[in-house]
Write a protein that binds this ligand. Structure first.
Ligand SMILES: Cc1cc2nc3c(=O)[nH]c(=O)nc-3n(C[C@H](O)[C@H](O)[C@H](O)COP(=O)(O)OP(=O)(O)OC[C@H]3O[C@@H](n4cnc5c(N)ncnc54)[C@H](O)[C@@H]3O)c2cc1C
Ligand SMILES: *[C@@H]1O[C@H](CO)[C@@H](O)[C@H](O)[C@H]1NC(C)=O
Ligand SMILES: *[C@@H]1O[C@H](CO)[C@@H](O)[C@H](O)[C@H]1NC(C)=O
Ligand SMILES: *[C@@H]1O[C@H](CO)[C@@H](O)[C@H](O)[C@H]1NC(C)=O
Ligand SMILES: *[C@@H]1O[C@H](CO)[C@@H](O)[C@H](O)[C@H]1NC(C)=O
Ligand SMILES: *[C@@H]1O[C@H](CO)[C@@H](O)[C@H](O)[C@H]1NC(C)=O
Length: 644
């Protein structure tokens, strides 16, 4: 299962895709994730020449990346949740480096162990983190778009307009084709798990039925009734949808053969498209194994204008970044340059986008000067306002196994033996448990301290699996078939005080990442999560025998609940390090058209731009803003033409 095996494996590196040798393109884009990758393919399909720079390689054809049950090829960051070291080290996921180079994870490290922090994976491969994620494709509450429209005064961010971008990119595989407000021929397939894997499990159904009774006041009468309730559409366009707590099924970015699908596929399809003479149809050039190190600027003071981005410098070579497991500082790669006749677009994700901007002289003056980086523009918002959903786990061991475990016959053997029945089902027929998302259950829960009428906690869960955050080796952890876990994702988070700062001016170094969790609204957010935990226990208690009595693994029995939530809180949806807001306000990084304040020819199009972490899962909103950015760029060009 994804949670067991993710990150554990290193795949053979696929051959690099062809790299053109012309040195000027209309657009140079850094990063091929949901933000940058989709935009690159869209622009090329509209006839623009694009050079796409991706630090990782393409592993997308490997079984390990395509099968939803596992994931691999990621950069390893170690982050800080709390600057208070005593608090930080109360987390049993806190990781240290031992003298002999191996990791120690836990509460009793040897005295001379070097504290590293909390493990935080990111996908560094063609397609970005969407190649290693859990594929949950959930649209956020409409309020998240309203916040941007209000902040910027730009009505094109109103929720009703934003929905049209989702319709364009979605290839819905789970609703009837005439369903309004869904797309059926976009480039991201969206489907759901096979509902029978939930409804055919009496114990699991009992838990979900009880949750529905408590959240919605509905008595579930049969397997079919439960299936009907779970199959209500979470991603309906109804603006009030988050006001209806209840149980749902999570849509996933998976295709009809139950294979992972994201911007990586859109890029490869765009590169492979041929005209009748066999020539490439679209002017897209991809450079993998290429770490962008600096954006190049022209001073334009003499003409009274802001500095203009005209190109990018990058290191060509495998594993150039220190976050890569294969990193070897003695391999120096080859420094190359590429020029952009129109614009440079940064889409390195919430940790790397601010790092690239700062290395290029765009960021807080003091920090840049301290490292002798020439300041192009003093922009304090870069690398500030880092935030993330808070996740807390509830994990129990029931008195008896949860029956009809669909994974019972699967080997989960990372060498993928052909005699694994689950593997052959998935490979040959595109069905079976290996094609399922790992957390088939979802609940919307509204705590008493939600900002508004919306649910503020998104539960996802499963029986026979466990997810309680990341640490080195988390993916190999095995759990018994009596396990039931919920991960509760707190939306509307209060603290926006995280930072990404440079450790050095070496672009191969990872930055320092401080989340400063609970910096504000601590009481409120702990209260919400504590209510969520209580709800989960109330449901288990009501289900009762034969699953009860159960053993509690998390939260830690006997410890004050709020303290325990604080000690073990985790996250993997970082955003907002180049947040969007009013034009030319240095407290914001980009304007409503993704343009970086204080310079010309430079935009950011990735999860960094959200002023607040959008809902529980950022990947769908990131695909959506990428689609929006494509329209913004096209509209800009049309205006230019008209002006001529
Ligand atoms: C383990 C895990 C599970 C997740 N599960 C979910 C989920 O189920 N649902 C959900 O909505 N979200 C999930 N997420 C988060 C989601 O995948 C990300 O929010 C999303 O991919 C962000 O898109 P992005 O384009 O901003 O950045 P990314 O997807 O991170 O892409 C950035 C790309 O830029 C490249 N890059 C970075 N720096 C450079 C450089 N200097 N030069 C060249 N290239 C560079 C990287 O290699 C990467 O390919 C998960 C994330 C992780 C890590
Ligand atoms: C670009 O590549 C082509 C084909 O490999 C080669 O013939 C040409 O000389 C190259 N041009 C430059 C400027 O390197
Ligand atoms: C640091 O955290 C510990 C553990 O939560 C707490 O007891 C202590 O008061 C904190 N110190 C400060 C200065 O806040
Ligand atoms: C390093 O030391 C630890 C603790 O002594 C030990 O468990 C581990 O196996 C060692 N690792 C290697 C690679 O030698
Ligand atoms: C769902 O899974 C069941 C087995 O639990 C299988 O019989 C059925 O064909 C599957 N349906 C689909 C659409 O894959
Ligand atoms: C649960 O796991 C135990 C121990 O591995 C095994 O003996 C048993 O058959 C499993 N039961 C079910 C219902 O999967």
């Amino acid at each position: 299962m994804y949670f067991f095996i993710a990150g554990a494996l290193l795949c053979a590196v696929a051959g690099a895709l062809p790299v053109g040798n012309s040195t000027e393109y209309e657009y140079v884009i850094i990063g091929s994730g949901p933000g940058g990758g989709s935009l690159a393919a869209n622009l090329a399909r509209a006839g623009h020449s694009v050079f796409l720079i991706e630090a990782g390689s393409d592993n997308g054809d490997s079984i390990l990346e395509r099968a939803p049950f596992c994931a691999e090829a990621s950069w390893e960051f170690f982050v800080s949740h709390f600057q208070n070291e005593t608090q930080a080290r109360r987390d049993n996921k806190f990781t240290y480096r031992l003298n002999n180079g191996s990791y120690y994870v836990g509460l009793e490290p040897p005295e001379d162990a070097e504290p590293l922090g909390i493990f935080y994976p990111r996908g560094a491969t063609l397609g970005g983190s969407a190649q290693v994620n859990a594929m949950n494709m959930a649209l956020p509450p409409d309020e998240e778009w309203q916040i941007i429209a209000d902040l910027t005064g730009d009505d094109s961010w109103l929720p009703s307009n934003i929905r049209t971008y989702y319709e364009e990119l979605e290839r819905n595989l789970y609703m009837p084709e005439n369903t309004p407000n869904h797309g059926f021929d976009g480039y991201i397939p969206v489907t759901r798990n096979n509902i029978s894997y939930v409804t055919s499990r009496p114990g699991v159904s009992a838990v979900v039925n009880e949750a529905i009774r408590r959240l919605e006041g509905i008595e579930v009468e049969s397997e079919e009734h439960l299936a009907d309730l779970l199959e209500r559409d979470m991603n309906t366009a109804d603006p009030q949808r988050y006001e209806r707590p209840g149980a749902y099924q999570i849509p996933l970015h998976i295709d009809e053969r139950k294979r992972r699908h994201g911007s990586r596929n859109f890029i490869v399809e765009t590169l492979n498209a041929r005209d009748e003479h066999g020539s490439p149809l679209y002017p897209l050039t991809l450079s993998t194994n290429s770490l962008a190190t600096r954006i190049l600027f022209h001073e334009q003071k003499e003409c009274g204008r802001k500095p203009r981005a005209y190109g990018v410098e990058y290191l060509h070579g495998e594993a150039m970044y220190a976050g890569d497991r294969r990193y070897d500082p003695s391999q120096t790669g080859e420094l190359r340059r590429v020029k952009a006749s129109r614009e440079v677009i940064v889409a390195g994700g919430a940790f790397n986008t601010p790092q690239i901007l700062k290395l290029s002289g765009v960021g807080p003056r003091q920090e840049l000067e301290h490292l002798d980086i020439p300041v192009v523009v003093d922009l304090p918002a870069v690398g500030n306002y880092l935030q993330d959903n808070y996740e807390s786990a509830v994990s129990i061991r029931a008195n008896t196994p949860w029956e009809n475990n669909p994974y019972a016959d699967c080997t989960f053997d990372p060498t993928l033996p052909s005699e694994d029945p689950c593997l052959s089902l998935w490979l040959n027929d595109g069905v079976g448990p290996y094609g399922e998302g790992a957390a088939p259950l979802a609940l919307w829960y509204r705590s008493s301290v939600s900002d508004n009428a919306d649910a503020d906690i998104y539960f996802f869960g499963s029986a026979g699996a466990e997810f309680r955050g990341h640490w080195p080796g988390y993916s190999q952890a095995q759990v018994p078939n009596t396990t039931f876990f919920w991960s509760m994702v707190k939306m509307q988070v209060g603290s926006q005080a995280g930072t990404v700062t440079l450790r050095s001016r070496d672009p191969r170094d990872t930055p320092r990442i401080d989340f400063n969790f609970f910096n504000s609204h601590e009481e409120r957010d702990l209260q919400a999560l504590a209510e969520g935990v209580q709800f989960a226990f109330d449901v288990f208690d009501a289900v009762g025998e034969p699953y009860a009595p159960y053993e509690v693994v998390e939260p830690t029995p006997g410890v004050d609940l709020r303290q325990d939530i604080k000690d073990h809180v985790f996250s993997h949806h970082a955003t907002s390090t180049c947040r969007m807001g009013p034009k030319d306000d240095p407290d914001y990084c980009v304007d409503s058209e993704f343009r970086v304040n204080g310079v010309e020819g430079l935009r950011v199009v990735d999860g960094s731009v959200f002023p607040r972490t959008p809902g529980a899962f950022p990947v769908a909103p990131t695909f959506v803003i990428s689609q929006k950015a494509f329209h913004v760029l096209e509209a800009g060009l049309k205006n230019e033409e008209r002006g001529r």
